[in-house]
Each structure stands twice: as structure tokens, then as C-alpha cells.
Write a protein that binds this ligand. Structure first.
Ligand code: UGA
Length: 441
């Protein structure tokens, strides 16, 4: 099928590349000429494992191209994906400026195109958008004289760092359509990825838009829930790691997404929780649970700082801290809403010196903090001469360090672990003072 994907951000690029890989003819469109030039030269603007190779391969084979010419790409395509950003507005709503601008441009491009049978041209919204947006896109197409074009909703459930795998082997594909013919075209498009009995779920655009928010809201709720339990464990002398296991074997609860930490970050959960709260506000339904999830997460981003203040009796001035992990999670260079930034701000304000290390995100952090931090290429370099190590992101390379050597590099054997990656007993036996999340200290 001929496909145009508007927006070469994270979602658009992964979607376009994976659909090219399954044999479609894909044009990715972006209004940023520099980005398009980079992509045409075989470079990718984000770090995502496996993506660069796939982009290069499909580009070389001619199935994946990049352009700034939206009208041409849209006119040639049977399927147009809208995958532009929906950032958070000042009021917490999703800002739909880019979605509306692109809808109008698509409408202009398709105005003179003769109508065909149902499903012969489909504009699909992949961006995360509030309920009612699909209807808004259809209205804009109609106002431009392209009302014969079908619209659909098809949210993405990709995780950064695992996006290619998530697209190729989805837990499910959700589509929201007004006409069954449109669903059939989409089923054909996704068929190569549904081979192993993966569900293709058809519903209305409104339900599909809501599914995306409800799914992320549920995941964020699980994290805030376990973080609250962990904080209570700290106070009552229980170990959240044991509690987590004891709970998770109940199949109704399960193990996934119940790892306590320094709070969730990234470009999705914080923004989507705010957006669902805004949807409630607009419909006079205060979403009390969602508001609490958000508040608990804001507080959780302070937890490492609190433990550090407690240990140093509120005096960290002149102390040096090594920080391992700056990205909001491993396998990405993304630092949006990252808990590490909250900690860095707090420690800098208190007069501490920071030696930071992250396998991928250093350049993004340097762009914010410049020479206020010392950037270290490796984890051991960061620890050298530091008064304590703080772990904020659980990169695999941090899992099994040489603890004996680290004892020599640190001025004191002291670790604040925001991700519970080490065994408390082992750390004690090694002679470390070890603070973790919800494990009694
Ligand atoms: C999330 C969802 O997992 C995807 O399904 C969704 O498609 C995506 O948002 C989106 O809306 O685009 P992502 O933001 O890439 O994906 O990252 P996650 O792996 O979900 O992690 C989010 C945050 O939660 C991270 O800060 C992570 O450290 C934290 N987390 C996750 C925990 O603190 N504990 C856990 O048990 C799991």
C-alpha cells in the first residue's frame, strides 16, 4: 500500500519504518527540512535500538523516503497517518495545534481528488489525542472539500527503547472507525504483524481515543500505587521487594509495572495523566484518582533527595555526588520529565558538586546544564572522589559493578539506589551503607 506518515518524531518514524519493512511504499513527511535531510542521508535524530539499521535498509531499498512536500505525499497515498506531536498546553490539555494544521493541509491536498469507494483513502490519527479529535479531523477535511475521505483512530502503544519490537509484535492493535470497510483495510495493513494470534480490536473512534488514555492512566496508576506502598514500607520496616513478589503471584495483580522508583517520567505518562485530568475537568467530572496519581508522582521525584538530605543531615554543601543514569529510563536518550533532572536541580541548589554518567543521554543533559556538571564517560569515572553514588536509571551496565573497586574510588561506601537494583544483604556484607526505595532505609 502507498502510505504517507506526517511527522517524523518518535512515533511517526517507527511507524513509517516498520510499515516499509512489511513491504509498503512509505513516504515520511516533516516540515523540518534539516531533519528530512538528515534522514535522507541515513541518519536518525533519536536514539532507539534497531531503528537506524531498519531506516537505512528500507531507505536503500526504496520503500522508505523522506520529504517536506506534504501535499504531494498525501495525494499519492492511500493511507495517511497523522503522527505529529500533541504537547501539553499550559492548562494541561493536549495542544492540538499541529494536528489541526496538518488536517487542514491534508484537506487542501485532497480537495480535487475524485471520491472512491469506502476505504479508498483513509486519514488515520496515530498521535495521542483527546476524545473527539477524530471527529474534528473529519470536520476539517469536510470543510476543505475533502469530506469523501475516511478517517480513523489508531493509537500507538510503543515503549521507547523497545519500539521496533512493540510495533512488530503488538499485544494488540486498536482501531476506531465509522465504517467496517475502513477496518478491513487497516486489518490488511497490520496483518503481517498479527500472525501469531494477536488481537485486532475494532471500535468507534471515540472509544479508541479513550483506550489510549485509559491504558496509560492505568500504567501510571500502578507505578504511583507501588511507590506509595514502598514509602510506607520504609516507615514500617517492610521490604517492598518481598511485598511485590508476595502480591504479584496473585494473577489478578501480576508483576508488571509494579517496580518502585524515583517516579515515572518521559514524554507520555506525565502528559497523558494531565490530559485525562483535563478531559474530566471539561466534562465536570473531577478525576480524583488521576489527580492523586499525578501528585504522588511529583512527590516521588523528591524521594532520592529526601534520603540524601536525611543521611547528610540537610548539609550537602561542598559534597560530591556521582549520578548514574540521567535518561527517564534505560535504552533511550530521552530526558523529558526525567527524575534525574529534579534531583540535579535540588543538589545543585544545595551547593553539591555532581559527576554524572549516562550511556546515551549525556549530550541532552549537557545542553541544559552546560558546565554546572562534570560529565563522565564511564560509571567508574563518575564515582572517583565522590562522597556517594546515586542511581537514578537502571541501565544494564550498572547491575554488576566491581563493588570492591568502587569502595576505593568513593570517599565513603555509600549508595542511594533509586531503582532497587542491588541486594540489600549483599551490600551490607560488602560494607556499604545502602539506601533503596521501600526497603527499610
Ligand atoms: C509508555 C507506555 O508504556 C507505552 O505503552 C505507551 O505507548 C507510551 O508510554 C506512549 O504513550 O507513547 P514509555 O513512556 O516509553 O511508554 O515508557 P515506560 O517504559 O512505560 O516507562 C515510563 C516510566 O515509568 C519510566 O520513567 C519508568 O522508569 C517508569 N516505571 C515503569 C516505573 O517507575 N516502574 C515500573 O514498574 C515501570
Amino acid at each position: 500500500m502507498k502510505i504517507a506518515v506526517i511527522g517524523t518524531g518518535y512515533v511517526g518514524l517507527v511507524t513509517g519504518t516498520c510499515l516499509a519493512e512489511s513491504g509498503n511504499d512509505v513516504v515520511c513527511v516533516d516540515n523540518n527540512a534539516q531533519k528530512v535531510a538528515t534522514l535522507n542521508a541515513g541518519g536518525i535524530p533519536i536514539y532507539e535500538p534497531g531503528l537506524e539499521e531498519l531506516v537505512k535498509k528500507n531507505h536503500r531499498d526504496g520503500r522508505l523516503t523522506f520529504t517536506t512536500d506534504l501535499a504531494k505525499a498525501v495525494r499519492a497515498a492511500r493511507i495517511v497517518f497523522i503522527a505529529v506531536g500533541t504537547p501539553q498546553s499550559d492548562e494541561g490539555d493536549a495542544d492540538l495545534t499541529a494536528v489541526w494544521a496538518v488536517s487542514n493541509a491534508i484537506g487542501d491536498a485532497l480537495r480535487d481528488v475524485p471520491p472512491g469507494p469506502p476505504g479508498s483513502r483513509i486519514v488515520i490519527v496515530k498521535s495521542t489525542v483527546p476524545v473527539g479529535t477524530n471527529r474534528g479531523v473529519a470536520e476539517r477535511l469536510n470543510a476543505k472539500g475533502a469530506g469523501h475521505v475516511d478517517t480513523a483512530s489508531n493509537p500507538e502503544f510503543l515503549k521507547e527503547g523497545a519500539a521496533i519490537n512493540d510495533f512488530m509484535k503488538p499485544d494488540r492493535v486498536v482501531v476506531g472507525v465509522r465504517r467496517p470497510e475502513v477496518a478491513e483495510v487497516l486489518r490488511e495493513l497490520y496483518n503481517p504483524f498479527l500472525r501469531t494470534e494477536r488481537p485486532f480490536i475494532v471500535m468507534s473512534p471515540e472509544s479508541s481515543e479513550m483506550t489510549k488514555y485509559a491504558a496509560n492512566a492505568m500504567l501510571a496508576t500502578k507505578i504511583s500505587f507501588i511507590n506509595e506502598m514502598a514509602n510506607l514500607c520504609d516507615r514500617v520496616g517492610a521490604d517492598i521487594n518481598d511485598v511485590r513478589k508476595g502480591m504479584g503471584h496473585d494473577q489478578r495483580i501480576g508483576f508488571q509495572f509494579l517496580f518502585p522508583g524515583p517516579g515515572y517520567g518521559g514524554s507520555c505518562f506525565p502528559k497523558d495523566v494531565q490530559a485525562i485530568i483535563a478531559m474530566g475537568r471539561h466534562t465536570n467530572l473531577p478525576l480524583k484518582l488521576m489527580e492523586s496519581v499525578d501528585l504522588v508522582n511529583d512527590d516521588q521525584k523528591q524521594v532520592l533527595g529526601q534520603k540524601i538530605r536525611f543521611h547528610f543531615q540537610n548539609d550537602v554543601k561542598g559534597k560530591t555526588f556521582a549520578i548514574w543514569g540521567l535518561a527517564f529510563k534505560p535504552q533511550t536518550d530521552d530526558i523529558r520529565e526525567a527524575p534525574a533532572l529534579v534531583l540535579i536541580d535540588e543538589l545543585l541548589a544545595a551547593g553539591a558538586k555532581l559527576r554524572v554518567h549516562d550511556p546515551e543521554a549525556t549530550a541532552n543533559v549537557r545542553a541544559i546544564y552546560g558546565d554546572k556538571l562534570t560529565y563522565c564517560d564511564g560509571p567508574y569515572g563518575a564515582v572517583e572522589g565522590a562522597d556517594a553514588l546515586v542511581i537514578v536509571t537502571e541501565w544494564k551496565t550498572f547491575q554488576n559493578p566491581d563493588f570492591e573497586m568502587m569502595k576505593k574510588l568513593l570517599t565513603t561506601p555509600l549508595i542511594f539506589d533509586g531503582r532497587n537494583i542491588y541486594d540489600t544483604k549483599v551490600m551490607q556484607n560488602l560494607g556499604y551503607t545502602y539506601y533503596a526505595i521501600g526497603r527499610g532505609k
